[in-house]
Design a protein around this ligand. Structure first.
Ligand SMILES: Cc1cc2nc3c(=O)[nH]c(=O)nc-3n(C[C@H](O)[C@H](O)[C@H](O)COP(=O)(O)OP(=O)(O)OC[C@H]3O[C@@H](n4cnc5c(N)ncnc54)[C@H](O)[C@@H]3O)c2cc1C
Length: 466
């Protein structure tokens, strides 16, 4: 069905990453007249799968963790049979003092772990006795929170590499309550992270499965895009937004032409900086809040090796590299054991990450320099022999938004400020979590808010007035 631009749309969604696609899908399947405008030719945003020879390479997210909403979305799209789950028992490793050491995931692994000394283990057990923070209004960085509760070794050998590996972030800058919300809530509600882990151990185990799709992560965004049909417009970049009596007037550019669109409501599902720039002429406070969310550059390098080049059979999710251990890469995913179908028989694939807040200079490296660095550090860590086959290099100038100190207060300020702009909604990975599961939750929440807005008497009255 063609989208009728003579009729005012119910919702204009801007940005075709997983957030915008999910919101548009939900609103469209609930019967609203929706149009999704996406800036580039390829939709999917950070989710980008490529077939390189017989290798399947991800340039953004490699996998996702299951959530109830994501499971329901995948079932509704009919792609459940495409999903493949990694073996949840695969160990993850940290490179510490020249050796790979497994991250312990249960009590017996913890007791046998060579990642932590006995002093470090005892200090972690004493977490049960560490009192809650005196000043409930003081916001801590992840570094302060983990150091205070769990001690130096858990901080530097576990959380520092996890934070740089997952968030491309700096443990000394990120807000504990915005980045590790569950751990901070555990302290508030149970008085201890360990006590809360013990009490909720079944739920924790169920939530740790990592999944992908047989044909890569784009299976999800492609299915969402197909469900929208002609309501998804690619190569349409929103360039301006103006409030009018019965809604919004938007101007999008398409190959040099300008198209004007009227909509009762608008959902901006772009990265924070793009939303900031679009809102700058309307509201300086919104601009400043959104523009201050920093997203550091990150590069993703996929390399292939023949099985015979790897000295040991590798079984694991991958490895993380703490800063200060003499290596520059943040870590690598061992696709060969996580999702073996991503490489042809006789070959192994590794995906390495370089950059983030602690290494912004890496954005100045050439592709060849990034490849050489990834290869040399895989050689150092895994003892790989010989040369590599380069499969893919993906560069993100603005990779992953950082939830720095004050982030939750900023989110509140933005939400309050948006009340001045009826019919304008925001969603994206800069608020409410960066993972795909969080983006989907957030997008569904915003689509419910849009539905409530469209059903409210306020919108009906302004339409009659027009
Ligand atoms: C390298 C990397 C690895 C990651 N790994 C994982 C992982 O393993 N697991 C996981 O769960 N998550 C991971 N993430 C996080 C997750 O992929 C992202 O948080 C999520 O995909 C973001 O989706 P989004 O729709 O909010 O934003 P985006 O994917 O950024 O999509 C927004 C889109 O809006 C478009 N746009 C911008 N301005 C305009 C405009 N004016 N008009 C029209 N369109 C516009 C942009 O082109 C962009 O494509 C990773 C992210 C990165 C970068």
């Amino acid at each position: 069905m063609e989208v009728d631009l003579d009729r005012s749309l119910d919702v204009l969604v801007v940005g075709g990453g997983v957030s915008g696609l999910t919101a548009a899908w939900r609103l469209h399947s609930s019967g609203y007249l929706v149009l999704l405008c996406h800036g580039s030719e390829r939709f999917g945003g950070a989710i980008t799968t490529e077939q390189s020879d017989e290798f399947l390479c991800e340039g953004g997210p490699n996998s996702f963790q299951r959530t109830t909403n994501l499971d329901e979305l995948i079932a509704s799209l009919g792609i459940e049979d495409q999903r493949c789950d990694a073996d949840a028992r695969l160990p993850r490793y940290v490179w510490w003092e020249g050796r790979l050491r497994a991250i312990p995931f249960n009590v017996s692994q913890f007791l046998r772990s060579d990642l932590l000394s006995w002093g470090g283990k005892t200090r972690f057990m004493r977490e049960l006795l560490v009192p809650r923070l005196d000043d409930v209004n003081r916001e801590e960085t992840v570094s302060e929170f983990i150091y205070r509760r769990c001690g130096e070794e858990i901080h530097s050998r576990l959380f520092e590499p996890l934070i740089s590996g997952i968030f491309a972030g700096d443990i000394g800058q990120l807000s504990a309550s915005a980045t590790l919300g569950r751990a901070v809530a555990a302290e508030t509600n149970y008085g201890s992270i360990l006590r809360s882990l013990w009490l909720s151990r079944e739920r924790v185990r169920a939530g740790t499965t990592f999944c992908t799709f047989k044909e890569g992560m784009e299976t999800l965004t492609n299915a969402l895009g197909s469900s929208l049909g002609s309501r998804l417009w690619c190569e349409r970049t929103l360039i301006s937004l103006e409030r009018i009596q019965a809604g919004w007037r938007a101007v999008v550019s398409y190959r040099g032409d300008l198209i004007t669109i009227h909509a009762r409501s608008v959902l901006l599902a772009t990265p924070a900086m793009a939303a900031a720039e679009l809102l700058a002429p309307l509201d300086d406070a919104l601009y400043r809040s959104l523009a201050s969310i920093y997203s550091p550059p990150i590069a993703v390098i996929s390399l292939g090796y023949q099985t015979t080049q790897i000295p040991q059979p590798l079984e694991g999710f991958g490895h993380l590299i703490p800063r200060g251990q003499g290596l520059r890469t943040l870590g690598s995913i061992w696709n060969c054991s996580l999702f073996p179908h991503r490489a042809p028989s006789g070959w192994r694939q590794f995906t390495t990450f370089i950059g983030g807040t602690t290494d912004t200079a890496s954005a100045g490296l050439s592709d060849q320099e990034l490849i050489t660095l990834a290869h040399q550090e895989l050689q150092s860590v895994l003892g790989i022999q010989g040369t590599y086959r380069c499969l893919r290099v993906t560069r993100w100038q603005q990779g992953i938004p950082q939830y720095a100190l004050g982030h939750l207060a900023k989110q509140k300020r933005v939400e309050l400020r948006l009340e001045r702009w009826p019919g304008l909604f925001l969603c994206g990975n800069y608020f409410g979590g960066i993972s795909i599961g969080d983006c989907v939750n957030n997008a569904l929440k915003q689509s419910s808010a849009i539905q409530a807005f469209l059903a409210s008497p306020q919108i009906f009255l302004s339409a009659v007035a027009e």
